[in-house]
Design a protein. Structure first.
Length: 258
């Protein structure tokens, strides 16, 4: 059964993460389905704007640790990292044809991958009380990509804080900092996203897409630079494996700097 749903209604293409029993944690199969849904949005002649949201109690709780991070060292060496050989969900945003704007409508947990996709989306709508977290550093990985995306928005000092501490921040704090463009009442995040989508649809589509294309070109440049300067092989460290095991075993990790 597909964990990503796509449908189009009244000019809006709806992409829904639908793995609620796992808080929409992303595994390799789900990443592939999401990539396909993004291309489907791009190809849908009747869709002018996309809205991405999640079913259940969360938008996305990040990577599926059990499937993507609990692997032997040999498997990690072959793959180049957790999820490294799974389809890139950023690629359809950079390598599409029509550059249709995407509004992220998030609620509950917005962690790791979920937060990254929220940042990549063109407009971010969040339900009150939504909890955001950059999980990478706490997992023993590099959080520099998130820092770079926020620094691009003029929020480097806020990025310093949340990236290096890995602390949660609420939608309300995100709205005050300018990370969240629209703060919705609890449970009304999709409704507000639809209102934003309809405002976008009042404009000439080609002009909107030209703006989206320019924005995403900037984001791709940030992506490339972040990858080029990333510390290699953190996924092969003992601390990375310890973080993943501690998460699955529901205990506090013990890090040794190795």
């Amino acid at each position: 059964m597909s964990a990503i749903k796509y449908e189009q209604r009244d000019g809006i293409g709806y992409i829904t993460l639908d793995r609620p029993e796992k808080l929409n944690a992303i595994n390799d199969a789900m990443a592939e389905e999401l990539r396909d849904a993004l291309y489907r949005l791009d190809d849908d002649r009747d869709a002018l704007v996309g809205i991405i949201s999640g079913n259940g109690r969360a938008f996305c709780s990040g990577a599926d640790v059990q499937q993507r991070q609990i692997k032997t060292r040999e498997e990690m060496e072959r793959s180049g990292g957790p999820g490294a050989r799974s389809p890139s969900v950023a690629l359809p945003m950079y390598r599409c044809t029509n550059f249709k704007p995407i509004v992220a409508a998030v609620h509950g947990y917005v962690l790791g991958f979920g937060l990254l996709f929220a940042f990549l989306s063109d407009v971010l709508v969040a339900s009150e009380g939504a909890r955001f977290q950059i999980t990478e550093v706490r997992r023993g990985l590099n959080g520099g990509h998130f820092w770079a995306l926020l620094a691009h928005r003029g929020l480097a000092s806020f990025a310093d804080d949340i990236a290096i501490t890995g602390r949660f921040f609420l939608a309300e704090e995100g709205a005050a900092k300018g990370v969240v463009q629209y703060l919705a009442k609890a449970g009304e995040h999709v409704k507000v996203a639809e209102e934003v989508a309809r405002e976008i649809m009042k404009n000439p589509p080609l002009a909107v897409r030209a703006l989206v294309r320019e924005r995403r070109a900037k984001l791709e440049a940030i992506d490339v630079q972040a990858f080029a300067t990333r510390t290699p092989n953190l996924h092969l460290t003992d601390d990375f494996r310890e973080s993943a095991l501690a998460f699955v075993e529901k205990r506090a990790p013990v890090f040794r700097g190795q």
